[in-house]
Design a protein. Structure first.
Length: 292
């Protein structure tokens, strides 16, 4: 008993506990806030998907190290410096934007707010969902093409910036007016955040998925493209056929009915959707109809 007591006393006497001063506390707070904002930035840009890829590569490198796979470790060592340069090139637009934000007045307020964006957490109402569904099928009936992106957790700022700001409450009339042929806002995509149409004529990234039906053109490719790059859900109304489709997580459900669309929007409204459930849902529909 005395030996273990002595051991413990010996251990604690050697333990170095530094004195914490005010400057240490300030430093810890600053580093925590900076790290938190960097993580938010990563999650709100395409960096999130890439970070997950880097984690997988990192895990692979750890396995290679544990198994002593020398050639793989050598290749990984040689490519790491090139990889860092590649990251800077890939994220050049995002890094430039982040640095630009540093120069803006609102940045300090946002920073102290811990990046809290009240709009971001706003769930859209049942009315908004109904208005969107109503607009899509009314547009489909008269062969008006439409592309509606519904923002979820990832902010779509970089796509919103490519369009024209609207900031109007979502109503079926507003959506129909926006996509009306030969009007200034009809081209490109509308982005919906919460209960508001944030912007119109937005340019979206096109998917290069070769499995997508050749009958579907760039509107559908853009809808699937944004759903690959972000966690948003996109509704596409075909100008050619009037059919309504939904893209989520890089998957497309072609020609869905109003009840199914409403159902899907209800999931989003309750923030209750992930790619897996969407795939299961898509599989079920595909089973029911062979023409997808
Ligand atoms: N990258 C993009 N981002 C946003 N909108 C786009 C993009 N590419 C095309 N569009 C929209 O899609 C329209 C062209 O649609 P297109 O006919 O090529 O597609 P589609 O998938 O065959 O659809 P539809 O069945 O409506 O014809 C454009 O006028 C534009 O409004």
């Amino acid at each position: 008993m005395t030996t273990s007591g002595n051991l413990l006393q010996n251990y604690f006497s050697r333990l170095y506990i530094p004195r914490i001063t005010w400057t240490d506390i300030i430093e810890i707070i600053i580093i925590a806030v900076v790290l938190y904002n960097i993580l938010l930035w990563i999650m709100n840009t395409k960096a999130w998907a890439l970070l997950k890829g880097i984690i997988v590569v990192g895990l692979f490198a750890v396995v290679a190290y544990l198994l002593n796979l020398k050639t793989i470790l050598w290749i990984a060592g040689k490519t790491i410096s090139v990889g860092i340069i590649a990251l800077v090139i890939i994220f050049q637009p995002e890094l430039r934007r982040a640095l630009e934000q540093l120069g803006r007045k609102k940045f300090v307020l946002n920073f102290l707010n811990f990046g809290d964006n009240s709009n971001k957490d706003e769930r859209f109402s049942v009315k908004t969902a109904d208005e969107i569904v109503d607009a899509c099928y009314r547009m489909g009936a008269v062969r008006t093409g439409a592309l509606i992106v519904i923002e979820q957790d990832m902010l779509l700022e970089e796509y919103i910036k490519t369009g024209i700001p609207v900031d109007g409450i979502v109503t079926s009339q507003l959506l129909i007016n926006i996509f009306e042929h030969n009007t200034p806002l009809h081209d490109g995509a509308v982005i919906v955040r919460g209960n508001r149409v944030v912007a119109a004529t937005c340019y979206l990234p096109l998917t290069d998925n070769v499995n997508l039906s050749k009958a579907l053109g760039t509107r559908h490719r853009a809808g699937v493209g944004i759903s690959e790059a972000t966690d948003s859900m996109t509704i596409i109304v075909s100008e050619e056929t009037g059919k309504v489709s939904v893209a989520f997580g890089g998957e497309l459900i072609h020609d869905i009915d109003a009840d199914s669309l409403k159902n899907k929007l209800e999931y989003i409204r309750r923030k209750n959707i992930d790619v897996k459930s969407f795939r299961i849902w898509r599989g079920r529909l595909k089973h029911e109809r062979e023409d997808i």
